[in-house]
Design a protein around this ligand. Structure first.
Ligand SMILES: [Zn+2]
Length: 430
């Protein structure tokens, strides 16, 4: 809990939703691959163009812009007390191939819109506010994801970040140089008072609950595995049932087990077999080899550990029953993140004050905020995406929801950037 727990944000302060939507449409055209999708892989020309555009807008809005050594961009609006640590907000501008146009961009541009709104009202904050564009959030071009924020928060060294290479062998350091974003500022190592990020949910939970705001309490931890079962390929017509060493039958039992493990810990758990490779994959041969991947998620690491143990025991059992050998490899281990209680409360309170239906939600994906949670009080505002677009991973939303998210983000940021009763006094004047 922080000092602002009981502070009611009684103010009519609102962002300009039309201006924000107009900016989003403009940025959405950079790298567009369809009306609603774009391909703006990290540190490509289109990522560089999107960065240039936002930096120009921020400069116009009077921000001081700095770029750090991993290419993270900080757009700062000074506070009354520049000796105090700043409050940060932001997200990313890079995308997946054919990614959603609001993924990342809405968090960055909402931050910029908030600074413009404060400018228009001539509203001063105690602490400086900084809008950040994090480098290579998606991990689509350079592995791993949330790389820029990860280096900033000390999860990776700068050398590790700069030496990542893409599929063509291009080093991240060279890609940064090429688009002019290898900055002089040191990466991380400074005090941040709080970090709040607005992001599109990328799931169906808010929409089905008719909530326009999600107060994100946690992000699911993740475990990934690659399991190979090895039996014996033999003829379908002449191998008696009791003689078979059928690797695919073993894989089928494991798929069923993974589903059961997920259901056992529902609704917070997710358990998925996303990939299955069978050899020889011929219609009249008993499969001799099957490889499957398992993806487990849960916001509580203790539960993930239990899911892990059940899977490992299951593999031993299935292999023994089926006369199979097995290879078990863990490929991913990400711990769960619990967001700061004061940040979560600030989001809930802002939504309630503004009259937006709000619910607590757990993030299924990792975001830059998960990295920032290592070094500061961090939280997230989710807005719903709409299933009506017909894409499973649809990232579409409406101008009204974006505006709602930005308003909530603004009030939650102000609760941190204005100190105690000064906040109450400032919002009373606004
Ligand atoms: Zn994103």
């Amino acid at each position: 809990m922080n000092a602002f727990e009981n502070l009611a944000p009684a103010t009519d302060l609102r962002v300009d939703g039309d201006r924000l939507w107009g900016n989003l449409m403009e940025i959405g055209r950079i790298g567009a691959s369809s009306d609603v999708e774009l391909t703006r892989l990290a540190l490509t020309d289109s990522d560089g163009a999107a960065r240039d555009c936002v930096v120009a807008w921020a400069t116009e809005a009077g921000c001081e812009v700095s770029v750090d050594a991993i290419g993270n961009i900080f757009m700062r609006r000074a506070g009354r007390r520049d000796d105090l640590s700043p409050v940060l907000t932001g997200s990313h501008l890079d995308s997946q191939p054919d990614g959603g146009r609001f993924d990342g961009a809405c968090g960055v541009l909402a931050g910029l819109e908030i600074l413009r709104t404060l400018n228009a009202r001539d509203m001063q904050t105690e602490r400086a506010l900084e809008v950040v564009i994090w480098t290579n959030e998606e991990g689509a071009r350079f592995h791993p994801a949330t790389l820029g924020s990860g280096v900033f928060a000390g999860a990776h060294t700068l050398d590790y970040g700069l030496s990542r290479t893409d599929a063509d062998g291009v080093r991240l350091a060279d890609a940064l140089q090429r688009i002019g974003y290898a900055g002089p500022a040191p990466c991380g190592g400074r005090n941040i008072y709080a970090y709040l990020e607005m992001h599109i949910e990328q799931g169906p939970v808010l929409e089905s609950a008719s909530a326009s705001i999600g107060a994100v309490t946690a992000a699911r931890g993740r475990r990934g595995y690659e399991i190979t079962l090895i039996g014996e390929a033999s003829r379908a017509g002449s191998t008696p049932m009791e003689r078979r060493r059928d690797a695919l039958f073993g894989a089928a039992r494991l798929i069923s087990l993974v589903h059961d493990i997920g259901m056992m810990h529902a609704p917070l758990a997710c358990a998925t077999v996303g990939m299955l490779q069978v050899r020889p994959n011929v219609h009249n041969v008993v499969p001799g080899r099957a490889m499957l991947t398992v993806d487990f998620r849960h916001p509580d690491d203790a539960v993930l550990l239990d899911m892990d143990a059940r899977l490992r025991a299951g593999v031993v059992r299935v292999a023994k029953d089926g006369g199979l050998d097995s290879e078990f490899r863990q490929t991913v281990s990400q711990t769960a993140v619990r967001f700061d209680a004061g940040c979560v409360a600030a989001v809930r309170r802002a939504a309630n004050h503004l009259g937006y239906p709000c619910m607590d939600i757990v993030s299924g994906a990792a975001h830059d905020a998960c990295q920032l949670a290592r070094v500061t009080a961090a939280g997230m505002v989710f807005i719903p995406c709409l299933s009506a677009t017909g894409r499973d991973d649809a990232d579409e939303t409406t101008p009204e929801l974006i505006e709602a998210g930005a308003n909530v983000l603004m009030h939650a940021l102000l609760a941190h950037a204005l100190e105690g009763d000064r906040y109450a006094a400032a919002v009373a004047r606004a």
